[in-house]
Design a protein around this ligand. Structure first.
Ligand code: SAH
Length: 390
């Protein structure tokens, strides 16, 4: 097997559990290197660190798959890893829908699999993982006997790996418009055209968290996508819900979701630019009992972090101003470069400018089916804050 030796300074980080090796961290390579091949990673003094896949074209040249020198990376390896990830999800209480594989956090770097009951959505985001797609699909068939597996590899990040963007069913074609159940409600999910894998499972636990604060409330949900938080709010007793999203398709799906649950009388969804609307309405002194914000990631690169900070501050300031005294702000951020402490600092600055005091109800992360591995910063990405705005 080809051997990759790390520079002296780098080895501890990788040896301590981080799965990525960057191109400039390699001291030398011994043996032939084919893109996607399995290689042995060693420290500068020849100690085994791990076994991973290599892609000389990628900035992340090796991603570690195993820390056991005897473990063979073959089809059965992927079967065992996926079976173990499913056991873990069941152990912590997931039954129908969950992120089954959350990449690095399941020791399968660059692999994402969402389970929507009998349907599965797959992303292989690095060349070395893409190679094993056949084995991964076979493992899903053996463990779950799925009604359908859909590939959503229509993501630009694949191009950094020399891969093309592709999407479509794997195996026999099936209807990618499905209905899932969550917290006693039903939701339409479009596996083909929906954002990311079609549905944001990472907020599934947090959607339950709003139950106590929305009773009899007037609720505004900005960046609502398919209206999942709004429909939950109506289900938990909100008087009125208004959801806003810039995407017409998302808004149409949100309306269908309200109808699917018989909540259309209390839910309205409109296609609007939330930035403009929050600004205009806060100037008009409109007010709500509960304002919920869940914008898309504002940046994926460190250079633009200031832009993200400004964006979060702006919408949270406007959002807070729209909350009646004693009402609640429910605010999320999915930018992993904005770590939890920084997010709280931004909210504190917004509160200062809005001249409002905050009383925290809860501060949490993504749902537990997206595990956070300590020491792997990018596995902790979602912030979900609920505060009373005094
Ligand atoms: N809360 C949702 C996920 C929201 S994702 C859920 O749990 O399912 C973020 C949404 O913000 C996307 O649907 C995107 O279309 C929308 N969006 C992006 N920019 C926007 C803007 N300027 N105004 C309104 N919506 C916007």
């Amino acid at each position: 097997m080809t051997k990759v030796t790390l520079k002296r300074k780098i080895a501890p980080r990788v040896a301590n559990g981080h799965p990525w090796v960057f191109a400039n961290e390699v001291q030398g390579t011994e043996g032939a290197v084919g893109a996607g091949d399995i290689v042995r990673v060693e420290s500068h003094d020849g100690k085994y660190i791990g076994t991973g896949y290599i892609n000389p074209q990628s900035q992340i040249v090796v991603r570690i798959l195993s820390r056991d020198p005897k473990e063979v990376i073959d089809d059965n390896f992927f079967y065992k890893r996926i079976a173990r990830a499913w056991e873990y999800r069941q152990h912590i209480g997931y039954t129908e829908n969950c992120r089954l594989i959350f990449g690095e956090a399941d020791f399968l770097p660059a692999l994402i699999i969402d389970k929507f009951n009998d349907y599965f959505v797959l992303q292989t985001l690095a060349l070395g993982m893409d190679r094993w797609k056949g084995a991964i699909v076979e493992a899903l068939r053996r463990i779950f006997n799925p009604k359908g597996i859909y590939e959503r590899n229509d993501v630009p990040v694949r191009e950094l790996e020399g891969l093309q963007q592709v999407k479509g069913p794997i195996g026999p074609a099936f209807d990618p418009q499905i209905i899932i159940r969550e917290n006693g409600l039903k939701f339409h999910v479009d596996l083909e055209h929906g954002q990311k894998t079609g549905y944001f499972l990472d907020q599934q636990d947090n959607r339950r968290a709003i139950s106590a604060i929305v009773k009899d409330a007037d609720v505004l949900e900005a960046f609502c996508y398919t209206g999942t938080f709004g429909v939950h709010a109506a289900h938990y007793g909100a008087k009125n819900v208004l959801g806003l999203d810039i995407s017409e398709t998302a808004v149409a799906q949100a309306r269908r979701n309200a109808e699917l649950n018989g909540l259309q009388d209390r839910c309205a969804f409109e296609a609007m630019n939330a930035f403009d609307v929050l600004k205009a309405w806060s100037k008009e002194n409109r007010s709500y009992d509960v304002v919920m914000l869940d914008p898309p990631a504002f940046t994926k690169s460190r250079e633009n972090i200031q832009k993200a900070i400004t964006g979060y501050k702006e919408i949270n300031l406007r959002g807070m101003k729209l909350v009646r005294p004693g009402g609640f702000l429910v605010t999320s951020s999915c930018t992993n470069l904005v770590q939890p402490n920084l997010f709280l600092e931004i909210i504190a600055l917004a509160a200062k400018d809005a001249r409002r005091q905050l009383r925290q109800v809860t501060f949490r992360a993504q749902s537990s089916d997206h595990p956070i591995i300590w020491g792997m910063e990018n596995t902790e990405y979602l912030k979900f804050l609920m505060v009373q705005v005094l």
